[in-house]
Write a protein that binds this ligand. Sequence first.
Ligand code: C2E
Ligand code: CA
Length: 601
Amino acid sequence: MLLENTGHAYCAAPAALPDDEGARLAALQGYCVLDTLPDKSCDQITELARTLFGVEIALISLVDEDRQWFKSRAGLSAQETPRSMSFCAHAILARGSLVVLDTHQDGRFRNNPLVTAAPRIRFYAGALLRSSQGHALGTLCLIDPRPREHFGPAEMARLEQLACMVMERLEQLRNRGYTDHVTGLPNRARLMEVLRARAHVKGDTGLPCAALGVDICSREYLFDMVKALGWDYAESFLVQVSRALCEALDYQPVYRVTTTTFVFLHEGTAAQRQEHIANVRQQFVQALEIHGIPHQLDIAIGVLPAVDDIAGSDVVRSLLTVIDVGREEGICPRQFESVHAENQRNAFWLLSALPMAFNSSDELSLHYQPKVRLRDSSCVGVEALIRWHHPVLGNISPAIFIALAEKTAQIRQITAWVVRHAVVQAAAWHARGHRVPIAINTSARDFESDDILRLLAAQLKQHAVPPGLIEIEFTESAMASNPAVVRQRVQAIRELGVKVAIDDFGSGFSNLSYLKSIPADIMKIDRSFISRLVENEADQVIVPSIIHLAHQLGFSVVAEGVESEQTARILHHLGCDFAQGYAIARPMPAEELEEWLGMVR
Ligand code: C2E
Ligand code: CA
């Protein structure tokens, strides 16, 4: 070991810090070379140096904050030493090559533990390793336990040549890790480096540095393209889109940070930034034709006004968040607000807390909201609505956690939980002689597989529940991606004897053609049409039309969100069959519902 048996602490003054120490360290970090595995080319260079100069040891030494770390070491086993003992720390301070012919004759090194104990350095020559910006990162150095009489300019020039080869290799290694292989653009790691370097050296304009995140299309769009046309096509799509983007941004550095997201750093005025944004939007107004196929890109732009105010690692995270928010809100460009980060964090915590809720016996429960026949106010069934009481966060609205879970596969677990509990409840009421059909909400993802069908069939059988006691509610969005398959699955559910309802009808934007062939029994009119029915003239036109349309297609009609007696009367007058809403009853736990049912019967 290099430092064995030194026997005492090193007391001589270590090399002072160079003036550019902060930027120098940032540059060194930027090479991402510290603590990496040995590299064959680097080892060949140190081996060559050792034989060429006839020394025992040759090292590629990088001077880190408080250590020197050896990327390659010929003739030495130690991987690093403290910076306080480092000869190379003196070399980088001198900003030029350093030669010490005999350490015993040099006051700076005479008492250095590397001189007084193994490897007992007597001769040292180090050629600087300079970064592309001129920072001294360390040296390629020669070490020998015998002093030398001479190490002239010609020898030093040769050592410096080898040092240049080392730097070329380090650049190569860095670029390999810093380049996106599809587009050839710098990648996220490179962006992180640039941001890290900014922490040491701010730009010279004095203006804030903004980050623009440009999402060229949704991930689904790209994945569908891969599925339809293959990876090669998708890659040439990405290359061409990235070129178009770079052109719109005057060929300034653009980083590819996710499959579809690119980042551009902009140090300038808000007006200049707007101009860049306008150029990017303009660039993609026209469809982009790639191998004869036109792509009308749905780009989203997120803006982070000042990257220096947040940690580098948060830049990409925040941009992805604001891009998603912008997509959801339909706003482009969307500027980042701290509340977005908070929402994102909350969403993350909620989704990670959800699996615990499934395992706990009392966090999740079902409330039931009655549905009544308008003609005689009799209860014809209930809708099961999930409730989550978190031990710390309290009650969490399903409008929040269902919307989050719908973005992940967790929604299927929720649906499965609701199906199991609703069927058990239906069985309990059935056993006591009550006929209370329970409607269960589903999400688009539930129809991506046959799981829901299998689960429903198994649960009904296991608990001996007549299928007519369960209804399934699904929204138009379920039909969006693969209508034929969803239709088939809905039909299969119906064939079990389970009734099917189209939920929140009218809240989406889909065309009406799916109504012709959807195998449903019930249509639930979205509460946005019902809540202001009494005063809103447009709703007074739309609602009767929907009721008429639904009846013509053979559906019975439920109005959701009936909040007043008057609304219920109007709906009855319009021929609506059933109603649900606060005017009738709020969702309530099973025991309360039992009391409520006893009251109205
Ligand atoms: P939804 O399917 O439209 O359910 C009806 C929602 O409207 C319920 O909100 C209910 O409490 C509320 N509501 C009922 N009557 C009225 C009224 O007169 N006025 C107003 N303003 N609101 C009324 P909740 O329980 O907060 O559920 C919100 C949404 O969360 C539900 O909307 C549904 O989309 C979803 N959800 C709830 N439980 C489940 C579930 O078990 N599975 C799934 N996939 N989604 C669920
Ligand atoms: Ca519903």
